[in-house]
Design a protein around this ligand. Structure first.
Ligand code: QV4
Ligand code: CA
Length: 512
């Protein structure tokens, strides 16, 4: 009996680590602040044809509207209730997007903000995305409803009521994160409201959640909430599938709370990954690419089966959250393409690609004065659609890193090499490295200030391959460099440090 219960618990928790991606697809893209209508179209016209497994969407629930500063992106991290109208669209548009993406095999993962409601200074009125009235002064959110006793203030022991010391686990969980009204998730009533919200989305067809601010919630409370979630909708997922759970915990070490506390509940964001990879590609702190021979758990990252990895996210690409100046973003396109490609080529973790919007970056003394700026918008603050240019890039300030040829092709590479071991490592003891994935793919990086010229064992079957970085295979021709692999698996590589993209990648499906 005990064994059965143990196995059941084990099975349940492991299931929440599975992203349920379809057809061997392996990468997720965060379409930050995109409208539901644009995501639906993107699933059909681009993500499905290019093998993307899923989309992380911005919070779909009712949120505060802030006019000073002017409709910042972070207003969506201040919930007013669980009605499904947001800056990205209304409930019908959300449902249409989920349906259309699922119908082409692209999963939807919802950013769930369940630790708190809006900030204590959020005011009184109907300035929310669905127009519901609320009173932040009295902690009154009638649309849920939540009132005074559904919040944690009585448990918080700091003078300000805010988190003052991250070394104290109690205040990190029971006090307010930057004044955000902290929900009493120990109460069955509050847990029930949160679970109802998540279950409604599951029934609509989402595949899982990125849970916001998990460090600020007790593992026991989360376990109770996750435990009451429905299985995924059998219209698109096999019976008994549990929602995928990615928990946002920033753990760079040295705090009272560690990611480990949440491993059994679902995957956890590995923030060390992007911070280190950025430092390595920037060649800061004496780091070298050759040191990444043991990349992954060998670098002290969490166990592979627990990790969700990314080069940058919506916070640290603009100086919020963790990682600082080392993080490489689209503002450094050459390094960004290399770092994202390294991540996609490497077997560690479930991978997430960032897709951003441009803003008027203005860094003064290390701080971006415009880190609040929301997505490309019309004069009334409504979000602009994402126009697609003739060359497949995006217009109107949408960066669409996921559409950059090099990144898109590495998402395909990751699918092609899925399940193959990390193999045939080579390095020059500096910043030139190469590795393969069994006999299905091989990648070579030159991040030194001089040329690379070397013959390497690729582990690939003999033949001519098209490099998917400088170009790609189109029909039977190659628009980029060609790499000849001999019958012995060896190939000659020459990469100038002055190349636009000083790296080369080939895989089984890029064979000519
Ligand atoms: C400010 C002061 C407070 C003060 C308050 C008074 O900072 O000290 O008490 O005014 O009213 C915004 C403002 C912030 C403001 C707050 C409340 O930036 O200055 O407080 O609103 O009005 C995003 C943004 C935050 C933003 C928040 C809510 O990053 O700047 O706060 O949304 O709109 C930690 C956490 C981690 C978190 C990370 C950023 O452990 O969980 O910080 N990451 C997630 C999300 C992130 C989001 C939140 C959590 C909160 O990824 O995007 O914060 O939902 O490391
Ligand atoms: Ca909390």
């Amino acid at each position: 009996m005990k064994l059965v219960i143990l196995l059941a618990l084990f099975g349940v928790s492991l299931a929440q680590h599975n992203p349920h991606t379809k057809q061997g697809r392996t990468a997720i893209v965060h379409l930050f602040e995109w409208r539901w209508a644009d995501i639906a179209a993107e699933c059909e016209r681009f993500l499905a044809p290019n093998g993307f497994g899923g989309v992380q969407i911005s919070p779909p629930n009712e949120h505060i509207i802030i006019n000073n500063p002017w409709k910042p992106w972070w207003q969506r991290y201040q919930p007013i209730g669980y009605n499904l109208c947001s800056r990205s669209g209304n409930e019908d548009e959300l449902r249409d997007m989920i349906t259309r993406c699922n119908n082409v095999g692209v999963n939807i993962y919802v950013d769930a903000v369940i630790n708190h409601m809006c900030g204590s200074g959020g005011g009184v009125g109907s300035h929310s995305s669905c127009g519901s009235w609320f009173n932040a002064n009295n902690k009154d959110f009638p649309t849920v409803p939540f009132s005074q006793s559904d919040f944690n203030d009585h448990k918080c022991r700091t003078g300000s009521g805010n988190i003052e010391n991250y070394g104290d686990a109690n205040q990190v969980r029971d006090c307010r994160l930057v004044s955000l009204l902290d929900l009493a998730l120990e109460k069955d009533y509050v847990r029930g409201k949160v679970a109802d919200f998540m279950n409604k989305l599951i029934d609509m067809g989402v595949a899982g959640f990125r849970v916001d601010a998990v460090k600020h919630m007790w593992p026991g409370d989360l376990s109770a909430i996750y435990g009451s979630l429905h299985n995924l909708n059998t219209k698109w997922f096999s019976g008994g599938s549990k929602p995928f759970i990615v928990q946002e915990v920033i753990d760079l070490g040295g705090e009272a709370i560690s990611s480990r506390e949440y491993f059994n509940l679902g995957r956890v964001t590995e923030f060390k990954y992007g911070a280190k990879l950025g430092t390595i590609f920037r060649k800061w702190d004496g780091e070298k690419l050759s040191y990444t021979k043991s990349w992954g758990e060998g670098w002290g990252f969490m166990p592979n089966g627990n990790a969700l990895v990314f080069v940058d996210n919506h916070d640290n690409q603009r100086g919020h959250g963790a990682g600082g100046a080392a993080i490489v973003t689209f503002w450094d396109p050459k390094l960004h393409k290399m770092a994202v490609s390294y991540m996609l080529a490497h077997p560690y973790g479930v991978t997430r690609v960032m897709s951003s919007f441009r803003w008027n970056r203005n860094i003064v003394n290390g701080k971006d004065q415009n880190d609040w700026m929301g997505p490309p918008s019309h004069g009334d603050g409504s979000t602009k659609p994402v126009p697609i240019n003739a060359d497949q890039t995006c217009g109107d300030g949408w960066v669409c890193e996921h559409r950059w040829r090099q990144i898109k092709n590495m998402v395909i590479f990751r699918n092609v090499v899925n399940g193959q071991p990390h193999s045939n490592w080579w390095d020059n003891q500096s910043n030139q490295v190469a590795f393969g994935r069994g006999n299905r793919g091989f990648i070579v990086f030159n991040n030194d200030d001089w040329s690379l010229e070397v013959t390497l064992n690729t582990g690939m079957p003999g033949g001519t391959y098209c490099d998917v970085i400088s170009g790609q295979k189109e029909g039977s021709r190659c628009t980029g460099k060609q790499i000849n692999v001999g019958g012995d698996g060896r190939a000659h590589f020459k990469i100038s440090n002055r190349d636009e993209d000083p790296y080369v990648a080939i895989h089984a499906d890029s064979k000519l």
